[in-house]
Design a protein around this ligand. Structure first.
Ligand SMILES: *Cc1c(COP(=O)(O)O)cnc(C)c1O
Length: 221
């Protein structure tokens, strides 16, 4: 299937769930992004600042760029003028830096807190209990140039579908708990971003509102 065909098939597949597709274009050239864009796709995910910076000027301005990979504080300044959503906020220090650069650019940057849900050690993210502590201590309230939209999570890399489902369920529960009990001027609980090529179907069944799909659209890396 072509990129365009896969995109339209995915969009109709996720429509009943009301979920948004982020096409993950990392390692694929700007031409591949353009092909997807011309098929109607607006939201693209990159995991590296440099790669996003390189592709952006080659492509239409209206594209929404999502930073989905680990973000170092010293690189925030490059993407702050335009990034659509940062999915990978995993420390207060990073949030503070995003807030600072957003202010410089006179904008509010939408962010997701990346929650560690996989049992593997290797995945980035904040533990659910640390999220609870941040919220109950109101540690996020002073960052008035960010908008916390919800959570992002990555399930374990495993063929065990039950385990993946369980991890997504946990994140959905945390989302429901936080959105119910915690409100502030800089939160808008609306995004639960979970699911990639291998597990997006499970994620949708477990309440994902945003999926990040790369290889299923663009081919293997
Ligand atoms: C690469 C990547 C994806 C997409 O992975 P695929 O398996 O190619 O769909 C999703 N999320 C993050 C954070 C990634 O780095």
């Amino acid at each position: 299937m072509s990129i365009a065909q896969t995109i339209s098939q995915l969009i109709s597949e996720i429509k009943p769930y009301g979920s948004t597709l982020i096409a993950v274009s990392k390692t694929h050239p700007a031409e591949a992004v353009r092909e997807a864009y011309e098929a109607g796709q607006l939201d693209f995910g990159e995991n590296k600042v440099q790669e996003m910076q390189d592709k952006k000027p080659l492509l239409p301005n209206e594209i929404h760029w999502h930073l989905i990979g680990h973000l170092q504080s010293n690189k925030v300044k490059y993407i702050a003028p335009y990034v659509h959503l940062v999915h990978s906020v995993d420390s207060l220090k990073l949030l503070e830096e995003i807030n600072k650069e957003a202010q410089k650019n006179n904008r509010i940057i939408p962010c997701l807190l990346q929650v560690h849900i996989a049992q593997e050690e290797t995945k980035f993210g904040v533990d659910a209990n640390d999220i609870r502590t941040w919220l109950s201590n109101r540690s996020l309230d002073s960052f008035d140039h960010v908008k916390i939209k919800g959570f992002m999570g990555m399930a374990s890399f495993t063929p065990d579908q039950q385990k993946i489902r369980q991890e997504f369920k946990q994140l959905k529960q945390l989302f429901d708990e936080c959105s119910k009990h915690y409100q502030s001027a800089n939160t808008e609980w609306e995004a639960l971003c979970m699911g990639m090529s291998a597990d997006y179907k499970i994620a949708l069944e477990e309440g994902s509102t945003m999926i990040r799909v790369g290889s299923a659209i663009f081919g293997s890396r």
